[in-house]
Design a protein around this ligand. Structure first.
Ligand SMILES: [Zn+2]
Length: 306
């Protein structure tokens, strides 16, 4: 392999006691929102508009530099799957794991910024159902949430590898950190960088790492909460097509045909619910779409005494 482009880490240490926050963008190279949001915050820190007063923040604007340079999701494998340190790195993304995982090992909190293929409101992939996770999710300024991702994808890919569903947040949680993925909208959504920027400001304030000027923070427009438990992930087994146009969070009815393979085999909605992250023209063997049902995650998490 010629020279290996590794991600740049910008560490801002206040010199005072406090938590270590890690903020990442560009884990997938075709998702500009996180890159732009992190670059904007770094610029505002440089200009003195934001000052880190407690703890430490590590910003990684471009986690996958080679994919970002080509505006593609990944080069040799999905960086956000099978994430763990590699003693014998082979794929380009394996080398990135060996830079990112040691950083995540030291994170108290991770905010990982992404965008998605289909049209979608911004949403958060939630962690395990605890009060701490629920409160962290609530501060980021969005109203849609999905949980159960690692479990559903883990079930669908257990025969590929038990670590398949291990991404940035799953890895960080396994090391004891608190971690969330924020999907800031679709890749093409002009407002997605602002969603990411707002989330960074909010988490800096929430963790007490920076005094953030209230004028910078936009009021949350849609405060009606929608939470979905992802119950099934479908890997595309062969060529096929969706039965209708599916966007993220399209509602479907129990018994409805969702997709049909060329062999004639269909995927049927197991209950009334929602489509999650559909990619109709995804290649065979990749994640095609997922299904979920309405969830009371917040009601139960916020009732739990921790
Ligand atoms: Zn992504």
């Amino acid at each position: 392999m010629s020279e290996i482009e590794l991600p740049e880490i910008f560490e801002i240490d206040s010199g005072n006691a406090g938590l270590h926050l890690v903020v990442t963008g560009g884990v997938h190279g075709n998702e500009p929102c996180g890159v732009l949001a992190v670059q904007r915050i770094l610029q505002e820190i440089e200009q003195g508009i934001i000052t880190i007063e407690h703890g430490k923040v590590s910003f990684v604007p471009v986690c996958n530099p080679r994919a970002r340079a080509q505006n593609i999701r990944q080069t040799e494998r999905n960086l956000n799957r099978m994430m763990f340190p590699k003693s014998d790195p082979k794929a380009y993304e394996d080398h990135l794991d060996n830079v990112l995982c040691p950083l995540f090992d030291t994170a108290d909190v991770l905010l990982d910024l992404h965008s998605c293929h289909s049209q979608s409101p911004p949403f958060i992939f939630l962690g395990p159902q605890t009060q701490e996770n629920a409160e962290y999710a609530r501060v980021l300024g969005v109203s849609h949430y999905v949980h159960g991702f690692a479990e559903a994808l883990g079930d669908a890919t257990a025969d590929i590898d038990p670590k398949f569903a291990m991404g940035t947040t799953e890895y960080t949680r396994a090391q004891g950190g608190m971690a969330l993925t924020l999907e800031c909208g679709s890749h093409r959504d002009d407002t997605a960088p602002e969603v990411g920027y707002q989330a960074i400001l909010r988490v800096l304030r929430y963790l007490g790492l920076a005094q953030v000027d209230q004028a910078l923070i936009r009021e949350q427009q849609n405060t009606e909460q929608h939470c979905i438990r992802m119950t099934q992930a479908f890997i595309k087994e062969e060529e096929g097509q969706f039965a209708k146009e599916l966007q993220n969070f399209t509602t479907v009815q129990a018994g409805e045909i969702l997709a049909t393979y060329e062999s004639g085999k269909s995927i049927i909605a197991p209950a009334d619910g929602y489509i999650i992250l559909p990619k109709e023209h995804e290649t065979v063997g990749e994640e095609w779409f997922s299904f979920g049902t309405a969830s009371d995650y917040f009601e139960s998490a916020l009732k739990t005494e921790v």
